[in-house]
Design a protein around this ligand. Structure first.
Ligand SMILES: NC(=O)C1=CN([C@@H]2O[C@H](COP(=O)(O)OP(=O)(O)OC[C@H]3O[C@@H](n4cnc5c(N)ncnc54)[C@H](OP(=O)(O)O)[C@@H]3O)[C@@H](O)[C@H]2O)C=CC1
Ligand SMILES: O=C(O)CCC(=O)C(=O)O
Ligand SMILES: [Mg+2]
Length: 424
């Protein structure tokens, strides 16, 4: 099947006409969503290319299905398939809280070094929203995907490891601030210059290639000075060092204020905007969460660390209709490896009910087709979803917020989009 492999050459993805794409069905609502989503993707490709192109789907196992069939939550063959075939897609996988296995979703990102979690957030006409004008939201989240507290370096209170960590901190590092040392658990938050730079580089390349106006570094650097704060500093430094021709940063703005006053700095920024430069700015994470409700039009591309990105993803998704319609991708822009997945999880209470919105996985599929250069098929999906929603044919999550809409099952919504694609 070598000729059906996606490869990368000179930084460009080479996609055969019948690429093998590995997929994970997912836990919980995953199987319902996947069977609707795969029909939509196939219909879009068939319509766009009239049989010349077709995806050869290859199921790979992870999560509960993998454990039941193989005794392993994340079999090595699954990782091998994603490594070999470069581009894949997955449904959500369950992670227990407090104990048990660590996240398989995070493990896939870390094992394949998919350092960018890209989550575009924009409003589709007709989608119900809790805000007055959701069309003002058009943001592209670049969430760091391999570091931060998601590294999983944690020690549970009362274990020998936690005691050793406590002793090390108190006796060797002179730490006196642990409020309840006997009962504390510990977590470590590694954030590196390299990790920050590759994320911000990817975000800036994306901003430039799409002609977008700004990049905002979202951080909590006032409190976590050497992790979140360093993220901000390293981000600004990289923007100036590698992208100085294309950017004007607020770090430069501050220097001009210092040297020549605010008026001169404002003028420099205005000149940069007139010259089409990207404004690189920053905002503290809690303030950002209120800004996205009050002044969303001021934000375009967002670069942020892992935990912030997780929270921001769901909050932003809510503004444009909820996580039923929130796609995403985990990407290594150097090797080309990418796994596309929804922002939401397994929504276990709806498992097997043929009820939830498959929109997030369908749109993740459209992102995947765009990534492969199959733009025409991706566009058919975007148009097909929008048309179906505008007809008021929606799943329960939108239906409860709309008047005079028709409530469809997961499978029926998939069929409606497929029909819209056929008839386009
Ligand atoms: N990448 C991944 O695979 C992810 C996995 N997870 C995992 O999923 C499990 C469940 O997590 P949980 O916190 O409940 O979050 P979920 O995202 O699974 O569900 C939270 C709520 O979001 C809404 N929702 C989720 N999916 C859909 C959908 N397709 N259509 C419409 N609405 C949807 C539902 O809201 P309502 O009930 O109001 O309708 C649901 O109750 C956990 O094990 C978690 O670790 C979580 C996130 C990502
Ligand atoms: O891996 C998980 O269980 C949750 C991950 C998550 O919430 C996310 O990546 O957005
Ligand atoms: Mg999340």
């Amino acid at each position: 099947m070598d000729e059906n492999r996606i490869t990368i050459a000179g930084g460009k993805l080479m996609v055969p006409d019948r690429p093998v794409i590995p997929f994970i069905e997912g836990d919980g609502t995953g199987p319902d969503i996947w069977s609707a989503a795969v029909r939509v993707m196939d219909a879009a490709v068939a319509k766009a290319y009239g049989g010349k192109r077709k995806i050869e789907w290859l199921e790979v196992l992870a999560g509960e299905k993998a454990f039941n069939l193989t005794g392993n939550w994340l079999p090595e063959e699954t990782l091998e398939a994603f490594r070999d075939y470069k581009v894949g897609i997955k449904g959500p996988l369950t992670t227990p809280v407090g104990g048990g296995i660590r996240s398989l979703n995070v493990a896939l990102r870390q094992q394949l070094d998919l350092y960018v979690c890209l989550r575009p957030v924009r409003w589709f006409s007709g989608v119900p929203s809790p805000v007055k004008d959701p069309s003002k939201v058009d943001m592209h989240i670049f969430r760091e995907n391999t570091e931060d507290i998601y590294a999983g370096i944690e020690f549970m209170s009362g274990t020998p490891e936690a005691r050793k960590m406590r002793d090390f901190l108190q006796q060797e590092m002179g730490v006196k601030k642990i409020r309840f040392p006997e009962t504390s658990s510990f977590g470590i938050k590694p954030v590196s210059k390299e990790g920050t730079e590759r994320l911000v580089r990817a975000a800036l390349e994306y901003t430039i290639s799409r002609g977008l106006p700004s990049l905002t570094l979202v951080h909590k650097g006032n409190i976590m000075k050497f992790t979140e704060g360093a993220f901000k500093l390293w981000g600004y430094d990289l923007a100036r060092r590698e992208f100085g021709k294309y950017t004007f940063t607020w770090a430069e703005y501050d220097e001009i204020v210092e040297a020549s006053g605010k008026e001169a700095a404002d003028k420099a920024q205005q000149d940069a905007v007139s010259a089409g430069k990207i404004i690189v700015k920053d905002v503290i994470a809690d303030a950002f969460l209120q800004q996205i409700l009050l002044r969303p039009a001021e934000y375009s591309v967002i670069a942020t660390l892992n935990l912030n990105g997780d929270y921001i993803s769901d909050a932003l998704a809510a503004i444009v209709g909820g996580i039923g319609i929130a796609p995403g991708a985990n990407i290594n822009y150097v090797t080309g490896h990418a796994i596309f997945e929804a922002t939401h999880g397994t929504a276990p209470k709806y498992a097997g009910l043929d009820m939830v919105n498959p929109g997030s996985v369908i749109l993740s599929g459209a992102m995947m087709l765009e990534y492969m250069g199959w733009i025409e098929a991706a566009r058919l999906i975007y148009d097909g979803i929008e048309k179906t929603i505008l007809q008021g044919r929606v799943t329960y999550d939108f239906h409860r917020l709309m008047q005079h809409a028709t409530k469809l099952k997961t499978s029926e919504f998939g069929t409606a989009i497929t029909e819209a694609i056929h008839n386009s």
